[in-house]
Design a protein around this ligand. Structure first.
Ligand code: PGA
Length: 248
């Protein structure tokens, strides 16, 4: 049995007071939720504030980025140890915005996942094809390349895979449940080939314009185990409705 995993990716949004305001209204509403893992990824500057609010709750804290080295002369970077230090349990890795704007390669993503696992932190590992790749019929080969590159030498521990078709992120254009299911089933089979039965509990979550309106139909897909939510995670009411999805 896989427990649904719903994560908020706030990206470059929310100051410390805004973080406080969100969590003050959101956390009391999710106190009783045990059957869904809820995770919030604020910007670095809000991690300490968020960690203080999440203490003694079941809500998990994630960072949005990490460097693969343990320490040293890497101006502007944050090490896995530092994330653990502020109370992070997960970190998003391989997001298409990092691949696109910050030129992260599969190799860099791989090194980051290894560095997180070494420090006992979970990775929310994002993969997904661009519109051109989908139109050229390359979706599965792109997913396989990203999985093979990102997971080379990596174990399945503390791993969450996020399928995020690039054309659906922040565009309001969600994958249909059929498109999501097809990609998730492919990812699950690829993971099964790689890790065997160890993947029985592995969550494969969907990201890309998830909203309160479409979450139920996405979560009804047998291989969609959760969601990575950007825009619709920025207001407490909207994210709350998403974590309280109903299977259609
Ligand atoms: P979106 O972002 O929900 O705003 O499309 C999702 C993501 O980038 O993780």
């Amino acid at each position: 049995m896989r427990r649904p995993f719903i994560a908020a990716n706030w990206k470059m949004n929310k100051t410390i007071p805004e973080t406080r305001e969100f969590l003050s209204s959101f956390l009391p509403e999710v106190e009783d939720i045990q059957d869904v893992a809820i995770c919030i990824a604020p910007p670095f500057t809000s991690l300490v504030e968020a960690a203080a609010h999440l203490k003694n709750t079941r809500v998990l804290l994630a960072a949005q980025n990490v460097h693969f080295e343990e320490k040293g002369a890497y101006t502007g970077e944050i090490a896995p140890e530092m994330l653990a230090d502020v109370g992070c349990e997960y970190c998003i890795v391989g997001h298409s915005e990092r691949r696109q704007f910050f030129l992260e390669t599969d190799d860099v993503v791989n090194r980051k996942i290894k560095a997180l696992q070494k420090r006992g932190l979970g990775a929310i590992f994002c993969i997904g094809e661009s519109l051109g790749e989908r139109e050229r019929g390359e979706t599965f080969s792109v997913l396989r390349r990203q999985l093979d590159g990102g997971l080379d030498g990596v174990g399945p521990e503390n791993l969450v895979v996020a399928y995020e078709p690039v054309w659906a992120i922040g565009t309001g254009r969600t994958a249909t449940p059929e498109q999501a299911q097809e990609a998730h089933a492919f990812i699950r089979e690829t993971m099964r080939q790689r890790y065997g039965e160890k993947t029985d509990r592995l969550c494969i979550i969907y990201g890309g314009s998830v909203t309160p309106e479409n979450v139920d139909s996405l979560m009804a897909c047998p291989d969609v185990d959760g969601a990575l939510v950007g825009g619709a995670s920025l207001t407490a009411a909207s994210f709350l409705r998403i974590v309280k999805f109903r299977k259609e």
